[in-house]
Design a protein around this ligand. Structure first.
Ligand SMILES: [Fe+2]
Ligand SMILES: [Fe+2]
Length: 221
């Protein structure tokens, strides 16, 4: 195998491993968000349906990456929450992990609920920008299945942040990220791309998952 082919294989392997983590984290975290939205806006069927669709899409993305690994006959590399954009964002804004988010307190406090909507919105907008970049990457373009996955993600992404934006505007809440949120998002993105991804790339002893996270929720623990 030429050096360039080996590089390409490793790059796609690492990128897909980080993506599958984030997609899985996305749809499982959205269960918590759905809980909050149903409690906060019980009469807003449109908003609830949009969040349900968002959750279903993230699970679909997860399954596309899972299929990609299955076809290669490999399991994803085991990464942890240091590779999760939403993990860092929630920890920075709410000071706790996603698991420890107090949904009842967020539902009871309009300012907290507004922050939660904005964190999801900014994360999804970042995801959308990132997919545009990846769809110009020659390694991704050279892998037909991977390219197709990102084309589907690209098509779904706007419908993931728009409902939160719409709700914030309709309810007189701030739709634009604060400077602190913008800085946090920028910093998370840069550290993921410039530190975390290369660290997994060069770590030849990085283990692989031994089970799929949708079958065993503890595999990323
Ligand atoms: Fe996704
Ligand atoms: Fe998304």
């Amino acid at each position: 195998m030429s050096l360039q082919t080996a590089f390409r294989h490793r790059f796609l392997d690492v990128l897909a491993s980080i993506y599958i983590y984030n997609e899985h984290r996305g749809y499982t975290s959205l269960d918590r968000v759905l809980e909050a939205v149903r409690a906060r806006c019980p009469d807003n069927a449109e908003f609830i349906a949009a969040v349900e669709k968002h959750r279903a899409d993230e699970e679909k993305h997860y399954r596309m990456f899972k299929r990609w690994f299955e076809l290669r006959g490999k399991m994803p590399l085991k990464v942890d929450r240091t590779c999760g954009h939403i993990d860092h964002f929630i920890e920075s804004v709410f000071g706790c992990t996603i698991e420890d988010l107090d949904t009842a307190a967020i539902v009871a406090n309009p300012d907290e609920f507004e922050k939660l909507c904005r964190v999801i919105m900014v994360t999804e907008q970042r995801g959308m920008d990132q997919v545009d970049v990846l769809l110009k990457n020659k390694h991704i373009l050279s892998d037909k299945a991977m390219k197709r996955i990102f084309e589907v993600v690209e098509k779904d992404e706007p419908s993931h942040w728009e409902p939160y934006d719409k709700w914030l505007r309709a309810n007189g809440r701030r739709p634009n990220a604060t400077w602190r949120e913008k800085w946090t998002d920028y910093w998370i993105h840069k550290s993921l791309m410039l530190a975390k991804l290369p660290a997994v790339f060069v770590n030849r002893r990085n283990p692989r998952l031994t089970a799929w996270p949708d079958e065993d929720a503890t595999v990323y623990a």
